[in-house]
Write a protein that binds this ligand. Structure first.
Ligand code: NAD
Ligand code: 6OD
Length: 484
């Protein structure tokens, strides 16, 4: 039986306590995860602290950058190992993991290595009271030991999105992957050792949130900052932990994202775009669209076209040719999503398509499958229109005017992302200015330039990462004033 071990001070560490890691496609046990207790979390944090004061802390930026390039190259050399680990843990289609998850896992190291090498700090010259002068310049110093707490939907991508810049800035990290997806974070430990990253720079502790590794780590007094991706409620708990010691936080949280389709949109492009934003990764993308608003003139044709697309999605295991939809991550999550499917009907929805569980044969019948689902006819107050479901489902409602749809899109506590479909340039810019979100895509979705600001407004997050914004979070900016 495969063992998923903690990675502490460059070594793989077993503990006396394990829990099973299950495959979403058929619920079989993939291996046993060794849960870290307080002792392992203490050891990981102490090792990370020591590395800051040791070889890693003394490394020049140029050498650090070379090492991060080597990490990226080694991920690419072991591409298939990462791919197999990720699809086993998540059940997502191989085509998706091989085009997005694993390449981004490598790119997250290269991009931030380039940014730390190339982005300057500020400098000001001043006249001093004695008529002389002084210069000021900014110096970026590492924050220290960073706790990185991750979700299960894009495990390698979202973890390295934080580990890449944290290490580029000279910090050390202790990662707590999701209990559902321990594999790729563990595998990255092998990569770190292979390319010579000093022990303690990258550590992994496995386990759950409350009363487990997640809480032990985020409450640890020797952790300097916490970067977290996950549910808004978990963010609230972690923020409470971070208050003790006034630690810095960066939060990427939940969403209830709107898709807006105007009647002047390129219709086929809009249908294809919303198909992706609603159903990719089986709807388990924080940026995904769960509320679609379509201008009344094209409403009926849009609903019919999206129905055809949803019904054409092939549901199946990762490696089967043509598969577009995998399972949900766990039995618990499937039950939650199916609970919303029932609630939609109770609240009076018209089920355009889906709403249940697809028939799967053999061992796959034990997997966590649900049908891609489209509803219409619900009021804005309905639970499935208000609450984040994180499944392959959308509610579609008609609208008449630009002002009306902006108000509808903004009528939520969340503020992560919006996708807007229109060929009217002026309208596109007007809407982008008024939607209360961190990311607004026009005629596109999940198109990523890693130099840009990424994060959520309102209950969808605190802070921005990406490009210089990551440097702002992962460093302490010191002003040095030199009297000349
Ligand atoms: P989650 O909040 O349940 O868990 C995320 C991580 O936090 C896991 O590693 C978990 O073990 C840990 N955790 C849970 N409770 C904790 C606690 N009290 N203290 C410390 N750690 C704790 O989220 P999830 O179910 O893994 O992921 C799905 C959620 O993540 C959705 O809400 C989704 O919108 C959100 N998400 C947001 C983004 C973004 O960029 N905004 C990206 C991906 C996912
Ligand atoms: O692309 C990224 O950098 C990113 N953080 C994506 C988040 C996706 C959420 O599920």
């Amino acid at each position: 039986m495969k063992q998923f071990l903690n990675f502490i001070h460059g070594e793989f560490v077993a503990t006396g306590k394990t829990f099973p890691n299950r495959a979403p496609v058929d619920n079989r046990v993939l291996g046993l995860v060794h849960e870290a207790g307080r002792a392992e979390v203490d050891a990981a944090v102490a090792s990370a602290r020591a590395a800051l004061k040791g070889d890693w802390g003394r490394l020049s930026v140029v050498k650090r950058v070379d090492m991060l390039y080597a990490v990226a190259d080694e991920i690419n050399r072991r591409f298939d190992d990462f791919l197999q680990a990720e699809i086993a843990d998540t059940g997502k289609p191989l085509s998706l993991a091989s085009h997005i998850d694993i390449p981004r896992g490598a790119a997250n190291f290269k991009v931030f290595a380039d940014i730390i090498k190339n982005v300057p700090t500020e400098s000001f010259e001043m006249v001093t009271p004695d008529g002389g002068s002084a210069i000021n310049y900014g110096l970026r110093t590492p924050l220290g030991v960073i706790a990185v707490v991750c979700p299960w939907n894009l495990p390698l991508l979202l973890m390295t999105w934080k580990v890449g810049p944290a290490l580029a800035c000279g910090n050390t990290v202790v990662v707590k992957p999701s209990e559902e997806t321990p594999a790729t974070a563990t595998l990255l430990g092998e990569v770190m050792n292979r390319v010579g990253v000093p022990p303690g720079v990258y550590n992994v502790v496995h386990g759950f949130g409350p009363a487990s590794a997640g809480e032990f780590l985020t409450r640890h007094p020797d952790v300097d900052a916490i970067t977290f991706t996950g549910e808004t409620g978990t963010g609230e708990a972690i923020m409470g932990a971070a208050a003790k010691g006034v630690r810095k936080v960066s939060f990427e949280l939940g969403g209830k994202n709107a898709g807006i389709v105007f009647d002047d949109a390129d219709f086929d492009q809009a249908v294809a775009g919303i198909t992706r934003s609603a159903f990719e990764n089986c709807g388990q993308v924080c940026l995904g669209t769960e509320r679609v608003y379509v201008q009344r003139g094209v409403f009926d044709t849009f609903v019919a076209a999206l129905k055809i697309k949803a019904e054409a999605l092939k549901v199946g295991p990762s490696e089967q040719a043509g598969v577009g939809l995998g399972p949900l991550i766990s039995a618990e999550h499937r039950d939650k999503v199916l609970g919303y499917y029932r609630k939609a009907v109770e609240e009076g929805a018209t089920v355009v398509t889906g709403g249940g569980v697809p028939a799967m044969s053999g061992a796959l019948a034990e997997g966590h499958w649900v049908q891609p689902t489209i509803w219409t006819g619900l009021p804005e107050s309905a639970a499935v229109v208000r609450e984040e479901i994180f499944g392959p489902c959308v509610h579609i409602a008609p609208f008449d005017t630009e002002e009306e749809v902006i108000a509808l899109a903004n009528a939520t506590d969340y503020g992560l992302a919006t996708t807007v479909w229109t060929q009217n340039l002026g309208r596109a810019h007007r809407v982008a200015r008024q939607v209360e979100v961190g990311i607004c895509w026009i005629n596109s979705w999940f198109l990523r330039d890693l130099r840009t600001a990424f994060g959520g407004a309102k209950a969808s997050g605190i802070g921005r990462e990406g490009g210089v914004h990551s440097l702002e979070f992962y460093t302490e900016l010191r002003n040095v004033c030199v009297k000349l």
